[in-house]
Design a protein around this ligand. Structure first.
Ligand SMILES: *Cc1c(COP(=O)(O)O)cnc(C)c1O
Length: 856
């Protein structure tokens, strides 16, 4: 090709020796959540830092040599730099929560995610899922959890958004400049790049491995863009969520299979894999293959072991949001695994089906993940309920309430989202421990001690900063569209730094209803245009490139922002990213969230707002069901769900107007002599004290350690010890379970008659004869399943009581045993009970896992 370079070379900034530590700081993303470090880079050249997405590496590359010479002689700067470097060294060497709690644990968690949002200068994220993953890494680093991240390194990342004159979203895909990202290439001992082989139909491709250091935690990113691969294959890692299903399955093969191979090649195979969403579920297949092909175990044994060392988190409350592939596609891409795992077509496809016998069911990544994980969880309590209902077909014999998918509510990494001004205020009035112990309620109670005046002035400053950022961006947007100079000038007068400011920024998926506020535009116009109590809105957010509906919502918002009555009070900022998030969640007074319940699995942006003293006005969906206390923000409605969507929009938009007119606006503008809104400030403090200690990723990651990683690690170790003896035993036992369980019968139940009335405090004694077939009483857990019955005759809140075998041996026929137990009657009401038999084995995570139950 003409003009093609015959050789390439890299130019690095030439830092004077004294400034070398800047390089080290720039290559550990630790800097991004430590304000002194951010301030250090900003000090080099504030405008340039701003213009370069706050990227220290690009800043160092673009700064003039003369400026470096100057800084090298600036003792103030050098002292600042040395302070930050010491902070980093202390951080890396400090004793951590994890080390204290789990010394010598031997755990190595690999956290797989299709995207990671760590900082705006590393554009390998699209939105909430990625930002959550990034916050997970930061908290894992803070807590010292032995964890690494695994993902893909996208050449173009996610798209950049700009809007045309009609307000229609356009997408740009600028190439990431790898040399100006904090990437470290993983190499072989001889210095050549480490290459990982990934199997695709009829061929092998290779990927290289980049590392980004996030505090103590490495994030490994796989990259298919190497000359050895065909041009098509090089594109596999071109875009995040781009392309079609073929692209998607290829990316998921690279992530799951390539990811495990990369960790092994790096000499650090995981003991526990955590799949953040089902995208990475192929990782379990690869780990099973290794045990089978390289160590000679059979599939049932290998599966038991790998399953024990795997955790899964689901994020998607709508069936369409879960990746599925056709059986043909799975055979094409995973055919090799089908034979490696020695499974026939039906058994292999069954791993991804809720009903193994349903030949019409496609292969679902979420189902695969659930089948091959030891723990499965949703991301808020309500999402747990929704997930149990969505996936109940996998456990046909269980009541929905017992489907073993629990919930760990999401959080945010407090230090990453807090404004330096508010952080400073917390330092002074809460003490600096809030940074290390963000989950300590006692510390957060002290927000009451922050003088109203100081909290308000600090928040005022954040709002002003947001307004000036919004104006600056708006001007740039107008310039780009070629607007007349007068209109560009006028952008300086848009918004008011003192007005009640409401933010709405998130992905523009239709269920989030970004334009709901405009449902009654006249009523909204009255609210925003009030002469002495003005209200303003700032919007931002991207729609997925293929989501036409979402783009329409953006266009609708844009058209409204152009109307005379809204122009000065409602703006839309293009190209939502973590930088815009930060400015918005730090500066708004109120964060609006109006999804259709229960489609918001958790939502996290509202949590970021609380950290900074803002408040939420939200539908009771996702995390807000748990966060809202009645006096720490506002709820739109009371958790209703609707079938008539138009009617829902009418009702809920009216509720928003009413909340604004009757409560929010009056409270914000009721000022004392000192011009302080005392009631408002009181609520701000409640918002901080009640939400911040709970909805943070330190609490969340601790929960993952305690409920997922550590139990999984222990089970995994137990099953793999002595050449997988435990796994083999469990596999054989499970085999028997599946073939012989149907012999079990509950033959006779002996309990007082239904007409009988018991007094509170008494117990109902029940005996049952149970034919265990070829099982012994040690293999089973016999339970009384009981509770108050509802009007359908069902038991909505069941309790269970274990029954024990009362005879020392079986009755006459040789396989029937008598079990007895007593149902405690703790309060009055109409009770019902049943008897059930569940499998029991001390290598099982819980009795529901095998999915077999015999009911009376
Ligand atoms: C926090 C964040 C999100 C998540 O927002 P939701 O409340 O979950 O909708 C999405 N995108 C960016 C850039 C974020 O910072």
């Amino acid at each position: 090709m003409p003009g093609r370079p015959i050789r390439t070379f890299t130019v690095l900034p030439f830092l004077p020796a004294r400034l070398q530590p800047l390089q080290k700081l720039a290559y550990n993303l630790w800097w991004s959540w430590h304000s002194e470090a951010v301030a250090l880079f900003r000090r080099i050249d504030p405008d340039l830092f701003e213009a370069l997405d706050h990227s220290p590496i690009r800043l160092l590359g673009a700064t003039d040599q003369s400026r470096f010479e100057e800084l090298a002689k600036d003792d103030g700067f050098i002292a600042h730099m040395e302070r930050v470097e010491t902070q980093l060294d202390c951080y890396m060497n400090a004793k951590t929560w994890f080390q204290e709690r789990y010394p010598d644990s031997g755990v190595h968690v690999a956290y797989f995610s299709m995207e990671f949002g760590i900082h705006e200068s590393v554009p390998v994220y699209s939105g909430g899922l990625g930002v959550l993953a990034g916050d997970h890494l930061k908290s894992a680093s803070d807590l010292g959890v032995p964890l690494c991240g695994v993902s893909l390194m996208y050449r173009e990342g996610y798209f950049r958004q700009y809007l045309n004159v009609d307000g229609w979203q356009q997408e740009r895909y600028p190439e990431n400049d790898f040399f100006n990202l904090p990437l470290i290439l993983e190499k072989n001992p001889d210095g050549s790049p480490l290459l990982i082989e990934v199997p695709l139909p009829g061929k092998r491709i290779h990927v290289k491995v980049w590392r980004i250091q996030v505090g103590r935690v490495p994030l490994y990113l796989l990259d298919a863009n190497i000359p050895q691969n065909s041009p098509e294959d090089r594109n596999i890692t071109a875009q995040l969520y781009g392309g079609d299903t073929t692209m998607r399955i290829q990316q998921e093969v690279v992530l799951g299979i390539g990811g495990v191979r990369a960790l092994r090649a790096l000499g650090n195979p995981p003991t526990v894999c955590h799949m953040n969403e089902g995208h990475s579920a192929f990782c379990s297949l690869e780990r099973i293959r290794v045990l089978m092909q390289e160590e000679g175990y059979d599939f049932p044994t290998a599966r038991e072991a790998i399953k024990a060392g795997t955790c899964f988190t689901t994020h998607t409350p709508v069936p369409a949001g879960n990746d599925v592939f056709s059986p043909e596609m799975i055979e094409r891409y995973l055919g090799e695994y089908m034979s490696a795992l020695q499974l026939d077509r039906r058994a292999f496809l069954g791993l991804g089906r809720q009903d193994i016998n349903d030949e019409s069911e496609p292969f679902g990544m979420t189902v695969l993940a659930i089948h091959l994980a030891n723990t499965s969880n949703g991301v808020s309590q309500l999402h747990g309920v929704v997930s149990r209902d969505m996936w109940k077909r996998i456990w046909k014999d269980l009541p929905v309430i017992e489907v073993p998918i629990f919930a760990i509510t999401n959080g945010v990494h407090t230090q990453s989202w807090i404004s330096p001004d508010i952080a400073n205020l917390y330092d002074r009035y809460l003490g600096v421990q809030w940074e290390e112990r963000p989950t300590d309620y006692e510390i957060w109670k002290r927000v009451e001690q922050i003088p109203d005046e100081e909290l308000w002035r600090t928040h005022d400053r954040c709002r002003e900063r947001l307004v000036s950022m919004a104006r600056r961006r708006l001007k740039a947007q107008l310039k780009r569209l070629g607007s007349p100079p007068a209109e560009i000038e006028a952008a300086d007068e848009v918004l008011n730094p003192d007005a009640l400011t409401i933010g709405f920024a998130r992905r523009f998926a239709t269920y989030k209803r970004g334009a709901l506020i405009f449902r009654n535009a006249e009523r909204l116009a009255e609210i925003v245009n009030s002469a002495n109590r003005p209200v303003q809105f700032i919007f931002a957010g991207k729609a997925h490139p293929k989501d036409h509906g979402g783009k329409e919502v953006i266009a609708q918002v844009m058209q409204n922002t152009r109307l005379a009555e809204f122009r000065k009070h409602i703006v839309f900022l293009e190209d939502y990213d973590m930088n815009i998030t930060r400015a918005m969640i730090q500066g708004v007074d109120v964060w609006l969230n109006n999804p259709r319940r229960p489609l918001e699995a958790s939502g996290t942006s509202g949590m970021k707002v609380c950290t900074n003293g803002g408040m939420n006005m939200s539908i009771l969906d996702g995390w807000w069901c748990e966060g809202y206390t009645g006096d720490n923000g506002w709820s739109i409605g009371s958790g209703e769900e609707y079938t008539d969507l138009k009617y829902q929009d009418d009702v809920e938009s009216r509720q928003i107007y009413e909340l604004l007119e009757r409560e929010i606006v009056p409270m914000f503008y009721t000022r004392g002599q000192d011009n302080l809104p005392r009631q408002w400030i009181k609520r701000m403090k409640r918002s901080i004290a009640t939400n911040v200690p709970v909805f943070n990723t330190n609490r969340m990651v601790q929960e993952y350690v305690e409920r997922c990683y550590w139990p999984s690690q222990q089970r995994y170790q137990k099953l793999v010890a002595d050449q997988l003896a435990g796994a083999k035993e469990l596999a054989q036992w499970r085999q028997k379970l599946l073939s012989a369980w149907n012999q079990i019968r509950i033959e006779a139940v002996d309990a007082p008659q239904a007409s009988e009335i018991l007094r509170v405090g008494a117990g109902l004694d029940v005996k049952a004869n149970i034919n265990l077939g070829s099982f012994s009483p040690n293999d089973v857990e016999v339970q009384l399943f009981h509770g108050v019955t509802d009007s359908f005759g069902e038991i909505p809140q069941p309790q269970t009581t274990t029954m024990s075998a009362v005879s020392s041996g079986p009755n006459g026929n040789g396989t029937t045993w008598t079990f007895a137990g007593s149902i405690p009657c703790k309060s009055s009401g109409n009770y019902g009970f049943n008897i059930r038999v569940l499998p029991k084995h001390n290598h099982l995570p819980h009795a529901f896992e095998p999915g077999v139950v015999t009911w009376g």
